[in-house]
Design a protein around this ligand. Structure first.
Ligand SMILES: C[S@@+](CC[C@H](N)C(=O)[O-])C[C@H]1O[C@@H](n2cnc3c(N)ncnc32)[C@H](O)[C@@H]1O
Length: 321
C-alpha cells in the first residue's frame, strides 16, 4: 500500500466534523503534493512499512520523555527495520524496548513550552511543521482531543505512520503539506509553529497564516530562533546560518512581538528564551550526520561556524482576539 493511502485515516476520522468542510481542498493539495514531489525511496519505504509487526499493545505512555509503547512481545528485528528510516531527528521513542535516541531531545522543548500554554484538554490542535509528529503525541498526552500536523518532508510522514501503526486509535494525523497550502480553517483551539518561522522567506505571511487557522479566542504557540537586541534588531544571514542555507530572518523577541501584533495577535508574551545546547541537539546512532557541535565555532560555542550568534530559541504565546 503506498503512503498516499495512509493519509486517508485523517479523512475517515474527521468526516462529519467541521474540518470536513475543507476535505475537498486538502485532498486536492495532497494529490498535487504527491504528483509534484516524487521521492526516490518511496517504493522501498512503502514496502518496508508493510513489514512492521502487529503486536498487541499493553501500555502507551504519551506523558514522559519517550513516547513509549509496550506490548505482549518484544519483536527481534524491529531495530533494523526502524533504522531503514534514518535519520531520526525528533524524539525520543521507545517502541517495545527499542529506544530511538534521536538527534534532538524534543522532550526538552516540550518541557519549556508546556507550563506556559492553556490546558490542552479537549482542544483541537494544529502543529505546523511537526516533523515526525513527536509533539503531536505529547499534545494528546496532555489531553488534546484531535491533533493534526502538517509537514512536507516525506521521511517524517513514514516515521509518523510507524508510531501510528502501533497506536491506530489515537487521534493524531499528519498531512504532507506546507502551511502555505492550507485553507483558512478558523477553527483550531491551539496552533503550534515550532522551529518553522526562520525557514520562511516571508515571516509575516507565516504569522498571518497561523492567525487564519485559529478560532477567535484561540492560542498561538510560536517557537523560533531569535537574537539579542532591541525592537529594531533583526538578523538576516548573508549566506548560511549554522551551516543551514534556508534561514532567512532572526528577530529579537521585541521585534517578533511587533510582527505578531501587526499580524493581529493580542496578549503577546515571550515566555522562554534558551540557547540550544550540544546536549539537546547532537549526532546519535539514529542520526549519524553532523549536528550542532559541528555547526558552531570550534573555539567559541557562543558563535556559529559563520561567526554569527549561536542558536537561541524563544517561545512566544499570543491570542487571536
Ligand atoms: C526545525 S524542524 C522543526 C520540527 C518540530 N516542529 C520541532 O520543533 O521539533 C522544521 C520543520 O518544518 C518543516 N517545514 C519547513 N517549511 C515548512 C512549511 N512551509 N510548512 C510546513 N512545514 C514546514 C520541515 O519539513 C521540518 O520538519
Amino acid at each position: 500500500m503506498p503512503i498516499q493511502q495512509f493519509v486517508q485515516d485523517f479523512f475517515e476520522a474527521s468526516s462529519g466534523e467541521p474540518i470536513s468542510n475543507f476535505h475537498k481542498h486538502l485532498r486536492r493539495e495532497i494529490d498535487h503534493f504527491f504528483q509534484a514531489h516524487k521521492h526516490g525511496r518511496q517504493a522501498e519505504w512503502d514496502e518496508l512499512i508493510q513489514s512492521l509487526p502487529n503486536i498487541a499493545t499493553t501500555n502507551i505512555d504519551l506523558n514522559h520523555s519517550h513516547i513509549r509503547i509496550n506490548g505482549q512481545e518484544t519483536p527481534d528485528d524491529l531495530e533494523s527495520l526502524l533504522k531503514e528510516f534514518t535519520p531520526w531527528r525528533k524524539g525520543p521513542f521507545n517502541f517495545f524496548g527499542t529506544i530511538i535516541n534521536t538527534e534532538w531531545r524534543s522532550d526538552w522543548k516540550w518541557d519549556r513550552i508546556q507550563p506556559h500554554i492553556s490546558d490542552l484538554s479537549g482542544r483541537a490542535v494544529l502543529d505546523i511543521g511537526c516533523g515526525n509528529g513527536y509533539h503531536l503525541w505529547r499534545m494528546l498526552g496532555d489531553g488534546a482531543s484531535f491533533a493534526l500536523g502538517v509537514d512536507p518532508t516525506r521521511l517524517f510522514l513514514y516515521q509518523f505512520h510507524i508510531a501510528k501503526h502501533f497506536m491506530p486509535e489515537k487521534p493524531a494525523y499528519l498531512l504532507p503539506l506546507r502551511s502555505e497550502n492550507l485553507p483558512r480553517f478558523k477553527l483550531f483551539d491551539t496552533v503550534f509553529s515550532l522551529g518553522v518561522l526562520y525557514h520562511r522567506r516571508s515571516p509575516i505571511d507565516h504569522l498571518t497564516e497561523l492567525f487564519s487557522f485559529l478560532r477567535p479566542g484561540g492560542e498561538l504557540v510560536l517557537e523560533t530562533l531569535v537574537v539579542d537586541g532591541d525592537a529594531r534588531t533583526i538578523l538576516t544571514p548573508v549566506d548560511r546560518y549554522a551551516k543551514m542555507a534556508n534561514v532567512w530572518f532572526l528577530p529579537s523577541t521585541s521585534a517578533l512581538e511587533i510582527w505578531l501584533d501587526r499580524a493581529g495577535f493580542r496578549n503577546i508574551r515571550t515566555v522562554d528564551i534558551n540557547q540550544t545546547s550540544v546536549e539537546e541537539q547532537r549526532s546519535t546512532e539514529w542520526m549519524t550526520f553532523h549536528s550542532l557541535a559541528e555547526f558552531l565555532d570550534p573555539d567559541n560555542a557562543n558563535l556559529t561556524a559563520e561567526g554569527l550568534p549561536a542558536p537561541k530559541r524563544a517561545i512566544l504565546i499570543a491570542e487571536k482576539p
